[in-house]
Design a protein around this ligand. Structure first.
Ligand code: ADP
Ligand code: MG
Length: 394
């Protein structure tokens, strides 16, 4: 792979500018979920272990180039120190960082204030990037989730200092490479969720790369409707019918098998305990909506999973937030988890609702890799070049 890792760098006595994502949820001045903080710990420990001094650069919220005190990263300090088991000094301004003597820099780790307080960050201003570069000797990017943005701290810096990927970035890149870069075949993709319109580029890219594409969730309704099937009151983008037909044609040309639901679970309302029934996908009652895939569809997906060597998944197969419309998502997730555990499948998944659904199914632990990167993960699935990753490539 074309990027350096911490293993390739000499860090002894070096100041390591480390871009991290600690954009954590906060309520009443406290971090409510420290997952993102915990995930950067291996990288920071590794840098410390190699004799380097981590100087953390991160953003928090969207202050749009101005100092917004409610968006200060200071709020993350206690959670950061706790997760690291090391002292962290908070550096409020770049001037303070520039004036700092070695003695003042005595803490194990330094954390710079919200980098988006500076307009040069999001503008990827070369002068701003150069100013940041002076604060360090080496650049380490551990923020895959911010890699789809070409900002000074995610892209510009990589050109100005010896650059490498942090452990989290490395794990993400290796997992993604195994799933779409150079995957074991056959490769199967599962794409679900609400709408086709939000996942057009993703579907377009996948049909050219994978051997089997399962389409589920609300977007499957659009594909069914595009084939002339009446989907009643289901969520459906009728104006996307032409696009859906184009995607199916592209799949045929590329030799990608598209798997749509054969049977579906329908209800008259989307509410817990609403009476539901299973019908063939061609027979949705005019006054009902499709809220999940049925058992025949699940069996078809299970067979495909057994044949597959690699799985990439984004989007739930049904309206999983409310039982019983989580059944198909749960069953497919548990099947993928079991095959992964047995060693016959490499499984990678990402997306906000997808991660929630896989957790709810109790399947997330067994997946090979779960990406929490959101937008960056989706752009990667769309086949786009991520500027933060491209800049690391040597
Ligand atoms: P992700 O966040 O993982 O990218 P999406 O946001 O695209 O996933 O899709 C998740 C949403 O899709 C969920 O809110 C789910 O309820 C909805 N959804 C799935 N299937 C259906 C359906 N048949 N009808 C309506 N909504 C659905
Ligand atoms: Mg979502």
């Amino acid at each position: 792979m074309g990027w350096k890792t911490l293993d390739d760098m000499d860090l002894a006595g070096k100041r390591v500018l480390t871009r991290v994502d600690i954009n954590v949820p906060v309520k009443d001045g406290k971090v409510t979920d420290a997952t993102r903080i915990e995930r950067i710990v291996p990288t920071i420990r590794d840098i410390l272990g190699r004799g380097g001094k981590p100087i953390l650069i991160a953003h928090f919220g969207r202050p749009k180039g101005k100092v917004v005190l409610e968006m200060s990263l200071r709020v993350t300090l206690p959670a950061l120190e706790k997760a690291l088991g090391a002292s962290v000094a908070f550096i409020e301004t770049l001037e303070a960082a520039e004036a700092m003597t070695d003695e003042q820099a005595g803490a194990d780790v330094l954390l710079l204030e919200n980098i988006r307080f500076h307009p040069g960050e999001e503008a990827n201003d070369p002068a701003f990037a150069a100013r940041l570069a002076k604060l360090g000797d080496v650049y380490c990017n551990d923020a895959f989730s911010a890699a789809h943005r070409a900002h000074a701290s995610t892209e510009g810096l990589a050109h100005l200092l010896p650059a490498c990927a942090g452990r989290l970035m490395q794990a993400e890149l290796e997992a993604l490479e195994a799933a779409l870069g150079n995957p074991a075949r056959p490769v199967m993709a599962v794409v679900g969720g609400a709408k086709v319109s939000t996942k057009l580029d993703l579907l377009g890219n996948l049909v050219g790369k994978v051997d089997m594409l399962v389409i589920g969730g609300g977007m499957a309704n659009t594909f069914l409707a595009a084939q002339g099937i009446d989907v009643g009151k289901s969520l459906c983008e009728h104006d996307m019918a032409g696009t859906a037909r184009e995607i199916m044609a592209k799949a045929t040309t590329a030799g990608c098998e598209i798997i749509l639901p054969e049977d579906v679970v329908v209800a008259r309302e989307f509410a817990a305990g609403a009476p539901s029934e299973t019908v063939p996908a061609t027979e949705c009652p005019v006054d009902a909506m499709i809220l999940d895939a049925g058992p025949l569809s699940v069996a078809r997906i299970a067979t495909a999973l057994e044949a597959a060597k690699t799985l990439i998944w984004n989007g739930p197969l049904g309206a999983f937030e409310i039982a019983p419309f989580d059944a198909a998502t749960n069953a497919a997730a548990q099947k993928a988890a079991a095959l992964t555990r047995a060693g016959s499948l490499v499984s990678v998944a990402g997306g906000g609702d997808t991660v929630a659904a896989l957790n709810q199914a109790g399947a997330a632990e067994d997946f090979t890799y779960i990406s929490t990167a959101g937008g960056a993960f989706l752009e990667w699935m769309e086949g786009k070049t991520l500027p933060g990753v491209a800049a690391l490539e040597s």
